[in-house]
Design a protein around this ligand. Structure first.
Ligand SMILES: [Zn+2]
Length: 244
């Protein structure tokens, strides 16, 4: 049974009720609906816990998509209790971690605005993200950091617009990733837009993002590595809050 993806319509949903629809031999739990984001598109899946009716917890290590992409698998740590089919649970996403991932993921989009080269790879994590660009130019990281922080401080709105496969096919230029094509065939694609009327950017992406650029907070380019003649790897990091 396909899992209803509540995080699709509300990136800020950190808890929801759900019913257990299947439990696999390896412990993977399927629910009728979920607010847990499953690993995809360079963004790691959520962890957190499932709260049972008696208040006890099933702690989750990670969330992934099943072989059939319409199903989400909630993976408990080894030794965690197994729920019954039909059991009612409350999902609790590890919100501090997810919110950092949303900020970092959004920062990757901003980087693709200030560094407009084809993207060959990206990986988001809580404290450090990397984006690989197909480029041979030498770029000053302080200059890129200043441009990123200008976009953050201008506090542009970020929103999702759904487009059809046909609309995407008619506008191939909106895809910045060189190797990865956005998933088509589901009839609709989520376009992540930054700025009023997408004035800053729009990009097909199924990840979770913050709703205003200011929420990204203070970030900087930690380093730019040369990975081959025509590949540059940028590392984005949060700036530590000054100790006081
Ligand atoms: Zn994204």
């Amino acid at each position: 049974m396909p899992t209803k993806l509540l995080f699709r319509d509300d990136f800020y949903l950190s808890t929801c009720e759900a019913n257990v629809t299947a439990v696999h031999d390896n412990g993977a739990i399927e629910l009728d609906q979920t607010c847990f984001y499953a690993t995809s598109g360079g963004q790691p899946g959520d962890n957190g816990f499932l709260e049972r009716e008696d208040g006890s917890r099933i702690n989750l290590d990670v969330t992934v998509t099943g072989a059939d992409k319409s199903v989400i698998l909630h993976m408990p740590f080894e030794g965690e209790p197994r729920p019954e089919i039909g059991e009612k649970l409350v999902c609790h996403v590890n919100w501090p971690r997810r919110y950092k991932l949303m900020r970092m993921h959004t920062a990757c989009h901003l980087l693709s605005v200030v560094c407009p080269y084809p993207i060959t790879g990206a990986s988001v994590s809580e404290d450090d993200s990397r984006v690989d660009f197909d480029m041979s130019e030498t770029i000053d990281k302080a200059d890129i950091t200043a441009k990123l922080m200008a976009l953050v401080n201008e506090n542009h709105p970020i929103y999702v617009q759904w487009i059809t496969d046909e609309e995407l096919a008619a506008n191939p230029g909106i895809v910045k990733s060189k190797n990865v094509r956005p998933p088509t065939g589901m009839g609709r694609i989520s376009l992540v837009c930054i700025g009023e009327n997408a004035s800053i950017d729009s990009q097909p992406c199924g990840g979770t993002h913050v709703s205003e650029t200011q929420e990204v907070g203070a970030i900087h380019i930690g380093k730019i590595e040369k990975k081959g003649k025509e590949n540059r790897r940028f590392r984005i990091r949060f700036v530590e809050a000054p100790a006081n």
